[in-house]
Design a protein around this ligand. Sequence first.
Ligand SMILES: *Cc1c(COP(=O)(O)O)cnc(C)c1O
Length: 359
Amino acid sequence: MRIYNFNAGPATLPEEVLDVIDAELHDWQGSGMSVLEMSHRSTEFTAIATQAEADVRALLAVPSDYHVLFLQGGATAQFAMVPLNLLRGKSRVSYLVTGEWSRKAVEEARLFCTVDIAASSEAERFTTVPPRETWQIHPDSAYFHYTSNETIHGVQLPAMPMIDSIPVVCDMSSDILSRPVAVGRYGLIYAGAQKNLGVAGVTVIIVRPDLVGAPQAGTPSLWQYHLQAKQHSMLNTPPTFSWYVLGLVCQWLRRQGGVAAIAERNQRKAERLYAAIDASTLYRNPVQPVYRSRMNVPFILARPELETEFLRDARAAGLVGLQGHRSVGGMRASIYNAMPEQGVDALITVMQDFEQRHG
Ligand SMILES: *Cc1c(COP(=O)(O)O)cnc(C)c1O
């Protein structure tokens, strides 16, 4: 029996995608071999890779001159690759800090340059986003970096911040393809695949080409965006199977009606779950409502001693992965694109039933 998996990443996949992987595993479309066994230079894999890129471009309406790269190292490698490639002779950058992931991005960028904190909500324990008018963006910054959805704290910017003077870089690891974005207004977008795009091992980078021609001296070849772009992300062996699964997830998403359609479904799922939390006296979400994430919904129990029993009851009802991140505790339900509405409804039922018995 398949359970509902609320893990934050690696995370649940659409069941239809698993079915396709299953059907194609031993013999990909009459090739007589598995994608796992294919040369990355073969015509078969080239077709898979090209189609996946075309689907990412179509789903996000990526401007045709932008590069779309499929690299290894996770989003964490991008914390370093971004400054190494985008400094372009400058020595400082500006970062918005709204949670654990943007804080980690700052730490890594500090290995390479001066990082100015445009604003931080750390004093509010990452339950909000500092008002735009308080942000201080240094005019000499090579770029401005933010994290659109903080996966651990459940804080999401409702829209792209207005910044005209310098390129905007965004870590979209946990909300890419969950809602429409105007890619052409960004300098660079990156996202690890294991939240909303597929499985671990591949990271998508979408970048404006004029930003990447002059990496810092000493940057390894593999970490130079413009060299990777020239070689279609095949400077060395790419993570072929992860790239293939990413393509299947994109195909699935296109069948769902694309990003605008999934965004509506995501909004419905999140609204129902937050409404249930707000209507209860046992559960509470600490995030300021306008910044509540539609992807990761943390909640704490008014009586923390009940947590273990709550998780046990949820498990018995076929719901797993609800334990909050070790750094913040409590519960967290990750409800990415692949989480069906029935999964969210099942969670709400378990929560209400549990509260009735313990509230
Ligand atoms: C998961 C996550 C990361 C880290 O991803 P890795 O693939 O483990 O490097 C970075 N940023 C955000 C927003 C994330 O959700």
